[in-house]
Structures are given as structure tokens and as C-alpha cells.
Design a binder for this molecule. Structure first.
Ligand code: SAM
Length: 230
């Protein structure tokens, strides 16, 4: 059984697609969607030897070796152009996810959907999508084991569309759909961030004042203002 987080990722993989799950670790996600029949085949990509072996083991154990190809390599280098329709990248930081997408751009031709689950720094993913012709079509936020996760779903389209009637900077940081819908978990996340920023600001106020503390204070004040607006 998948974690709620991976279940939510799986639910955004369209029926009948061919999947590449990059940074697959135990290959739980591809095994699950292949068994359910959601996807016809899958590639599980892993850069590290340990997780690569775990993926192989899992796929063998579940007798899925004819439907899931476990490949070792960095990011999207494990796929050929046109080989898959959907790419999932989950459980990493947003910066790493956007680096993987950027370096593997040429492999995304023919891919119609990206399902991305950054643990932190989702703004980096949103920025990459905008710069590369991908339109965010849905965002989800969920809490599991006291951690909060975001899921970003994108398809080729009009990248600026979700940002049309909102403040762009806020949209990038908070997520255009999440900002509109403001789910309970979303409020929880940003209230916690806000408390954290306020705490740091207070410490800075008490510290020796110099250029560094001043610029940090300004940065935190800007973020606080954005969070309050949101
Ligand atoms: N996707 C799974 C999940 O969401 O539960 C596993 C997440 S795990 C925390 C991150 C995995 O990504 C690790 O197994 C790591 O080896 C792999 N990884 C990190 N950078 C990668 C890269 N550039 N290419 C492929 N895999 C990578």
C-alpha cells in the first residue's frame, strides 16, 4: 500500500499512459500503478546504487519485470525521447526537480504530463514550468506524518494562464491554485512559516545591527507581507 503522498501522485497519472518515475527508490509508485492497470508500462530511474538495487528487488519480487524497466542513471537520461507520456518526480527538493527537468529537457518531447512532488521549494518548480512552456493545471497539498507536501501537475499549454488574475510573485511562492483555494493544510503551512520568520526577525532585532542583518530583515519583512496578503 502506498503512502498518502505517493497515492496522491499516482492519482494524477492518466489512464493508459507510459510512465517514467525518476528517483524511484523502491519503485513503489511504478509497481502500484502497473498492478492497478493505470499505466501499460513504466520506467523506474535511479541515480544511486542502493535505491537502484531496491527498485530492482521490488520489481522482481512483484513479478513485474516484463512491465517495469529499472534503469540506473541521472535524471531523465534513462529515457529515450518518445518512450513515455507521463513523468513523475517525487520526494525531492524543488531545486533538484527543476535541475533534473532542465538537464533532461530534450527527453520531454512527446511527454504530455508532469506530476511533480517537491518536498520543499515548490517555487523553483513553478518557475521552471513557466520558462519551458508547461502550464500548471492542478495543485494539491496534503499532510502526512506531520509533514506537508505539495503536488504540482502540468501539461504543455499556456504557462501564464494560472497567474492571470493574481499577483505573480505570490503565485510563484504559494501556488496559483492553492492561493485561490486556500485549503486548511495550506493555511497551516504558511502560518507555521510565518511564525518561524517572525521568530528569526525578533532574533535579528536583538542582534548587533549591520548590513547583513538589515538585508535579512528586509527579506523576512517582504516574505511576511506576502504571507499576510495571501
Ligand atoms: N520518489 C520516491 C518517493 O517519492 O518516495 C523516492 C524519494 S527519495 C527521498 C529520492 C530519490 O531520488 C533517492 O532514491 C535518490 O537516489 C534519487 N535521486 C536524487 N537525484 C536523482 C537524479 N538526479 N536522478 C535520479 N534519481 C535521483
Amino acid at each position: 500500500k502506498l503512502s498518502h503522498r505517493l497515492e496522491a501522485v499516482a492519482n494524477n497519472i492518466p489512464e493508459g499512459t507510459r510512465l517514467a518515475d525518476i528517483g524511484s527508490d523502491h519503485a513503489y509508485l511504478p509497481c502500484n500503478v502497473v498492478k492497478k492497470g493505470t499505466v501499460s508500462m513504466a520506467i523506474a530511474g535511479e541515480v544511486a546504487e542502493g535505491p537502484f538495487q531496491s527498485a530492482l528487488e521490488q520489481v522482481r519480487e512483484e513479478s513485474l519485470i516484463d512491465k517495469i524497466s529499472v534503469r540506473k542513471g541521472d535524471g531523465l537520461e534513462v529515457i529515450q525521447p518518445g518512450e513515455v507520456d507521463c513523468v513523475t518526480i517525487a520526494g525531492m527538493g524543488g531545486t533538484l526537480i527543476s535541475t533534473i527537468l532542465e538537464q533532461g529537457k530534450s527527453k520531454l518531447e512527446g511527454v504530455s504530463r508532469l506530476v511533480l512532488q517537491p518536498n520543499v521549494g515548490s517555487f523553483a518548480v513553478r518557475k521552471w514550468l513557466i520558462g519551458n512552456g508547461w502550464e500548471l493545471i492542478k495543485e494539491e497539498i496534503l499532510e502526512e506524518d506531520r509533514k506537508i507536501y505539495e503536488i504540482l501537475v502540468a501539461e504543455k499549454g499556456e504557462p501564464m494562464k494560472p497567474y492571470q488574475h493574481i499577483n505573480f510573485e505570490n503565485g510563484i511562492l504559494f501556488g496559483p491554485f492553492l492561493l485561490k483555494e486556500k485549503p486548511e493544510v495550506f493555511k497551516e503551512k504558511w502560518n507555521a512559516e510565518k511564525r518561524n520568520w517572525e521568530r528569526i526577525l525578533k532574533q535579528l532585532d536583538e542582534a548587533v545591527q549591520n548590513e547583513d542583518t538589515e538585508s535579512k530583515r528586509q527579506e523576512l519583512k517582504t516574505k511576511l507581507k506576502m504571507a499576510e496578503e495571501a
